[in-house]
Design a protein around this ligand. Sequence first.
Ligand code: ADP
Ligand code: MG
Ligand code: MG
Length: 254
Amino acid sequence: MATLEIRDLHVSVEAENGPREILRGVDLTVKQGETHAIMGPNGSGKSTLAYSLAGHPKYTVTSGSVLLDGEDVLAMSVDERARAGVFLAMQYPVEVPGVSVSNFLRTAATAVRGEAPKLRTWVKEVKETMAALQMDPAFAERNVNEGFSGGEKKRHEILQLELLKPKVAILDETDSGLDVDALRIVSEGINRVRATGEVGTLLVTHYTRILRYIQPDYVHVFAGGRIVESGGAELADKLEEEGYEAYVKGGASE
Ligand code: ADP
Ligand code: MG
Ligand code: MG
């Protein structure tokens, strides 16, 4: 069973006046089939955690470890992490000018699987997944994220998630900027992946509304660069009512 183990992770970024520590000792274990919601105020370091796990070069791990099935994720390049089964849906997906969605997806699938997917089954798989996400087939010929609306960007992220079938999915604010219908469609996609029981999911979010569609197994409050409280789905209800103030005031934030 695939397990991601984050131990005492400290991460810094290079700021104008020197390195600044953003993550201050993150501990988290995510097993295949589990869904963990990471919830916290803006600026608490949620995206930094997501990027650090995916291997973004801007973020320097100063101490701690990240293991996937005992393998040292931090020693891997970005590509190696993707092949090992780590998937990141970014909060702000980037444009890839001149590359169509369909080419991008096939290239990514080839890289992750180690061989090109068989064309006929692949085309069918892409079509069906796009239909499930209520995406216009013509969308496949557009350039990645170029002129995409907020909702289209997020659907495209979930399309990748469904096609690439990672072991660990880090979904950074996949709910942000979505209207109610898009939120439901995107959530259904995440739930389809979850139902396979084969992926461990880190659902990073600021708001509780996506948790109406996706019941997390665990909820973690993230403040000041670390997890300050963990619980079950009921913790999200408490956050819905009380907000993050108690955690920020508690000195957990910077
Ligand atoms: P969240 O996703 O929880 O809103 P972030 O991880 O985006 O938080 O940011 C956490 C803190 O780290 C913020 O204060 C942010 O300004 C700072 N930060 C993040 N990335 C960088 C960067 N590349 N350079 C400087 N500061 C950064
Ligand atoms: Mg912080
Ligand atoms: Mg963020």
